[in-house]
Design a protein around this ligand. Structure first.
Ligand code: PEP
Ligand code: MN
Length: 338
């Protein structure tokens, strides 16, 4: 912790502050400048008090932590990029740009199989599909539940694509993990810490979406719950944040890519579908994301978006997805991706 003292501090007040720091279990190092004195307090913040309460002293101007609050997700903890290898050999966080694609929701066998075959053919390496849907209204389609998971497993068998699907509740952790290759934690549960722990404990890789009003530091700290529960398979997924803008459903924060790449070793995924809410913006968002260093894309694709049971406005058609995959090639090459 760095404690900055006010310029006019008296000797007596300084002594009091130093003794308080010692009392709280820290070792103070005093650094005297021309106009100000700064104290570096060394100690373990996990076992000791955080020292933030020192701001209660009138003569203390500020108290700033030196160490980052997130540890295991940080680059300091792991200098190399982390990679996650899926059952089909796809490596997320490596040289390859891994595209995950499929419908927002699993609706029926024909819809899922048609989509799975088309996205596999176009070059996707993971099939997405929601079986448990976190709908804003309880009167909207809630997903097929386990029946949807069974259909996903069937589509995996037919195409060889591993599957990613959302885990909505701790109660379902074991069941969903039995079918899924990657567990998706949605924006609405981004800080449901018990759910994050339950997901981590399944041992399956976890894709953690950004909360719709979550700061990046909070998101990194949420990721810390996965890594600190002995699951190294964490990836962060930016899916847009809520702003005042209404042209788009969410504001896709592409600046999260270089920020996360610098702050963390975990792979970064971009979801341009929830991120824009508009099929006509998905391609541009993907190109930007690839150019900025995203490791993976999570894209909604439906055989007939106009009739989708959820998120119709943002889903690409099968042809739209195929075209996008071709359009991405020069962007991948420019970004040094395979
Ligand atoms: C989804 O991927 O369909 C979804 C519900 O995502 P989010 O949690 O980002 O809204
Ligand atoms: Mn969706």
């Amino acid at each position: 912790m760095i404690i900055v003292l006010r310029p006019n501090i008296t000797k007596k007040a300084e002594k009091e502050i130093l003794s308080e720091i010692r009392k709280l279990g820290y070792k103070p190092h005093v650094m005297r400048g021309v106009s100000r004195t700064v104290i570096g307090a060394i100690g373990d913040e996990q076992t000791h008090h955080t020292l933030e309460t020192l701001t209660a002293f009138e003569q203390v101007e500020s108290v700033t932590p030196i160490q980052k609050r997130y540890k295991l997700v940080s680059r300091e903890a792991h200098a190399e990029d982390s990679t996650i290898t899926l059952p089909n050999g796809a490596v997320i966080g490596g040289k390859e740009l891994v595209v995950m694609a499929g419908p927002c929701s699993v609706e029926d066998e024909k819809q899922l199989m048609t989509t799975a075959e088309a996205v596999a053919e176009a070059g996707a390496k993971v099939l997405r599909g929601g079986a448990f849907k976190p709908r804003t209204s309880p009167y909207e389609f809630q997903g097929l539940g386990e029946k949807g998971l069974k259909l996903l497993a069937k589509a995996r068998k037919a195409t060889g694509l591993p599957i990613i699907t959302e885990l909505l509740s701790e109660n379902h952790a074991d069941m969903v993990a039995e079918y899924a290759d990657v567990l998706q934690i949605g924006t609405r549960n981004a800080q449901n810490f018990q759910l994050l722990i339950a997901a981590a404990k399944t041992g399956k890789p976890v894709l953690l979406k950004r909360g719709m009003a979550q700061r990046i530091e909070e998101w990194l700290l949420a990721g810390e719950y996965v890594l600190s529960n002995n699951n190294p398979g964490l990836m962060f997924c930016e899916r847009g944040i809520r702003t005042f803008e209404t042209f788009t459903r969410n504001t896709l924060d592409l600046s999260a890519i270089p920020i996360l790449k610098r702050a963390s070793h975990c792979p970064v995924v971009i979801d341009p579908s929830q991120g824009s809410g508009r099929a006509d913006l998905v391609a541009a968002m993907c190109k930007g994301a690839v150019a900025m260093g995203a490791d993976s894309l999570l894209i909604e694709v439906h055989p007939n978006p106009a009739e989708a049971w959820s998120d119709g406005a943002q889903q690409l058609s099968l042809d739209g997805f195929k075209d996008l995959m071709l359009e991405l090639e020069p962007f991948k090459a420019a970004a040094g991706r395979e």
